[in-house]
Design a protein around this ligand. Structure first.
Ligand code: SAH
Length: 401
């Protein structure tokens, strides 16, 4: 987020279903009927959307050769997977009808079902997607000037139990597949009218670096010109500090951005707030940030009376200077953060000033989408009822450049 992300934000948190309806464009019955259950049989076909463009093209070429079709069709089909996506092979009208039928028989193009869509007065939109197995994830679209940042999920639920994050209390369901991660952007292109995503942040549900197996190919799809074609410097992976994942991200030749959720400037306090600190203590996280080739961003949620004192600013400044990080101060979203209170805005400004005085570059996020401020996760909880009351998630205030 360094450099490219500067002003404007969105925040999401718990919103009751009825409140959600107030802000949505559809009626309750329309919403409920939007949630469809796909056929079981679809699962046996090969899923082209789980493959990075290279592999998908290779697979398609082999398939085309097998049925005596020209190889150039592979490129044509590939284009319709991500770049100019269509919903079904049937809709690839630049292809002969028989070929479209053969493709339909052999391959799967799974969609994410929009179960709910919620629009803020300022244009921020929240989507609840239902996955084939009934899991639900959330995605937030934040327009800002000529940019549109999409905040995407990498897991259904989260295992990390950060004390201020609602998901922490609710637990982990499963990792998302490649197509479910990149598919969140694909679905934006399939909307009518489409939403053109310019920036992506992994600040939705889950810990992306604990699902590297799927996040790595998803990053390729997001960035590749034959995929979604989003510039690597416009894609930010946010992590609690999963060290092997940071190394893996740093080894990518593309300039993907890294944001680290610091939230406490000492091991003692961080252990209380973020149990992951036991496995990956601060010193190691800072070392990994220093070793990361590109400049990193620290995310720091302001918890009233907990991590917002002058001493914390000084400690945080030292950590940031140790690895040259840019600091984003995030106002706490109280939904899901039981037992915590937000730091008053004027104290956040003061905290920022202290960091600046220490020579640290800092931005204070402000909220976007105030009228739908609560939605993430709670929406999922409301929609799924008692079946899966686990994934209240906060997407963070997302800074868009
Ligand atoms: N697991 C990753 C990405 C998802 S969370 C990570 O932790 O970085 C995205 C951001 O939202 C993180 O910085 C997270 O700490 C923050 N967040 C979670 N709950 C919050 C809350 N109640 N108020 C403000 N930020 C919150």
């Amino acid at each position: 987020m360094v450099g490219i992300l500067s002003h404007g934000h969105a925040r999401c948190a718990g919103l009751k279903f009825n409140e959600f309806l107030k802000f949505s464009h559809v009626t309750e019955s329309e919403l409920r009927s939007e949630v469809s259950q796909p056929a079981e049989s679809e699962n046996v076909r090969e899923n082209l959307l789980d493959l990075p463009p290279d592999s998908a093209e290779t697979r398609l070429r082999a398939f085309l050769e097998g049925i005596g079709q020209p190889a150039y069709r592979a490129r044509q089909i590939l284009r319709h997977l991500w770049t100019a996506p269509v919903s079904t092979f049937e809709a690839m009208t630049d292809m002969p009808k028989q070929l479209r039928e053969q493709l339909t028989e052999a391959f799967d193009l799974p969609r994410l079902q929009i179960a709910a869509r919620q629009t803020s007065k300022d244009g921020t939109e929240k989507f609840l997607f239902h996955l084939r197995d009934g899991e639900a994830i959330e995605t937030v679209a934040i327009p800002e000037g000529n940019r549109l940042t999409l905040c995407i999920s990498s897991q259904a639920g989260c295992a990390l139990k950060c004390a201020f994050c609602a998901t922490g209390a609710m637990g982990f369901s499963r990792n998302l597949d490649v197509h479910e991660i990149a598919g969140q952007v694909r679905e934006m292109r399939l909307l009518d009218p489409p939403i053109a995503v310019t920036n992506v942040v992994f600040m939705g549900m889950g810990e992306p670096l604990m699902n590297w197996k799927a996040v790595a190919p998803a990053l390729t799809i997001l960035n590749d010109a034959r995929g979604l074609g989003i510039g690597a410097r416009h894609i930010t992976v946010s992590t609690v500090g999963v060290l092997p994942g940071i190394v893996a991200l740093g080894e990518r030749r593309e300039q993907f951005r890294l944001a680290i959720s610091i939230h406490a400037p000492s091991d003692e306090l961080r252990r209380d707030l973020m149990p992951i600190n036991i496995k990956y203590p601060l010193a190691d996280v800072i070392e990994a940030a220093r070793a990361f080739e590109r400049r990193v961003t620290f995310e720091y949620v302001m918890l009233g009376g907990v991590n917002d004192q002058e001493i914390h600013a000084l400690q945080l400044a030292k950590l940031a200077k140790d690895c040259g990080a840019f600091v984003n101060l995030i106002p706490l979203h109280p939904g899901g953060a039981r037992g915590f209170r937000p730091t008053p805005p004027e104290e956040i400004v003061k905290f920022a000033r202290e960091l600046r005085r220490e020579g640290v570059e800092v931005a204070v996020r402000k909220s976007r989408g105030a009228d739908i401020a609560a939605a993430c996760g709670q929406l999922r909880v409301e929609r799924l009822g008692a079946r899966a009351p686990r994934a209240t998630e906060y997407h963070g205030d997302i800074q868009v450049a």
